[in-house]
Design a protein around this ligand. Structure first.
Ligand SMILES: O=P(O)(O)OC[C@H]1C[C@H](OP(=O)(O)OP(=O)(O)O)[C@H](O)[C@@H]1O
Ligand SMILES: [Zn+2]
Length: 384
């Protein structure tokens, strides 16, 4: 527990000053210092050595830039939102001891955010015309909620649920209503709960009634229609796994009943254990999805930081590729890598751009730009 927080959290200043590091980097700096060594190196952050057609989305670049800001290094990186499938996503050049201890946080910032953004884009691409919201903050440590929500937006989700994360990243959090609200009124009192929500909550918050707490979804939906009338915007089905059965049939039946009761205007939101396959299956019948764990619990991308040049000489360890590299998008939209000192393939676009020059950040970070970049790349490579 740090001196000013009741929670076991790494304070920001520990990240900024390099204490948020693995101990062996401190030993390394001590040993190099003792030996009077501080070679000028090129280090690359890479997940796959060779492009493999398995694309992931790069996120976390803004935090990575602020981590390395002020160090006597030059850094290049792919733009945030770029889809990559091999080669470096970020390259650092400078004296090794000047940035050695930052490796742990640098990889942590990029790995976790990129994993979340990648699954968010998979969910996006599974229901391109639907509303898809990030509902998964409850699954993760609260200290990373802003990273999760920002990365979900880089992956093109439409909204987030975490209020404090929204304040950090400058986005309004939204949501519907939890089962707890209904349960506080009790069995048979769903109408009173929906009415209290409608009477109490700000008029510009959509009236989305949760209709699966105590009885059959169709029954509760028709009761919400009767209770809220024109005030009802949508209903949410979050049917618990033990009752879910043929969820597509339930959703289609509810859609049918709403239309049969002349309420084509009432949308259906669904949530609960949803992944891309579910979004594919349900997207023609629902207005939107709340996706939680599939996005928030995404596996981090397995990035590593490797020294590839020492004092101008190629030097990678076994299994890694020596020499400073460039990542290219070739004319056919594929990706290729080459030694930076060689000329680019004909018609290819070099993707690594300056991020830091002599310790100063030389790039703006715009969340919407990153999201549109990811979507354009996804179209280009046929990402699913
Ligand atoms: O992580 P996922 O499985 O995709 O679920 C995300 C949804 C489902 C969950 O339902 P409940 O656990 O019933 O929570 P609540 O009653 O608060 O809606 C809650 O609504 C989350 O927002
Ligand atoms: Zn619930």
């Amino acid at each position: 527990m740090s001196e000013d927080s009741p929670f076991d959290l790494i304070p920001s200043d520990a990240i900024a000053d390099g204490r948020a590091t693995d101990a062996y980097f401190e030993r390394t700096v001590e040993a190099l210092d003792h030996a009077g060594k501080n070679p000028h190196v090129v280090a690359e952050v890479t997940a796959d050595q060779f492009p493999d057609g398995e694309f992931e989305v790069l996120a976390g670049v803004k935090d990575a830039a602020h981590l390395l800001e002020g160090l006597p290094v030059d850094v290049d990186a792919l733009p945030e939102g770029t889809l990559f499938d091999g080669g470096p996503v970020l390259t650092i050049e400078g004296k090794y001891r000047d940035f050695a201890r930052y490796e742990t946080s640098l990889l942590g910032f990029l790995s976790h955010a990129s994993g979340v953004a990648t699954n968010a884009l998979r969910a996006r691409r599974a229901a391109p015309d639907s509303q898809v919201f990030s509902f998964g903050a409850r699954h993760v440590h609260p200290s990373i909620a802003a990273m999760v929500e920002r990365s979900a937006l880089v992956g093109n989700l439409d909204g987030i649920s975490h209020v404090a994360a929204g304040e950090v990243i400058g986005r309004e959090a939204s949501g519907t209503m939890p089962h707890a609200l209904i349960i506080c009124f009790g069995r048979g009192e769903q109408e009173a709960a929906w009415r209290a929500f409608d009477e109490a909550v700000d008029a510009d918050v959509p009236r989305i009634a949760l209709c699966d707490t105590y009885s059959d979804e169709k029954d509760e939906v028709l009761r919400a229609v009767d209770e809220l009338g024109d005030a009802l915007d949508s209903i949410r089905l979050d049917t618990t796994g033990s009752r879910r059965g043929d969820f597509e049939h339930i959703v289609r039946e509810v859609r049918w009943e709403l239309d049969a009761h002349d309420r084509e205007d009432v949308g259906i939101f669904v949530s609960g254990g949803l992944g891309p396959d579910d979004l594919w299956e349900l997207r023609d019948y629902v207005e939107g999805f709340g996706v939680g764990g599939y996005v928030s619990n995404a596996d981090p991308v397995d990035f590593a930081l490797d020294l590839v040049e020492r004092d101008g000489e190629p030097c990678a360890k076994r299994g890694k590729l020596s020499g400073r590299k460039e990542v290219y998008r070739t004319a056919d939209g594929a990706h290729s890598i080459g030694l930076a000192k060689r000329s680019a393939p004909d018609g290819a676009e070099a993707l690594l751009d300056p991020l830091i020059r002599d310790g100063e950040i030389v790039r703006e970070f715009d969340l919407d730009d990153a999201a549109s970049h990811a979507l354009a790349d996804a179209d280009r490579v046929g990402f699913e």
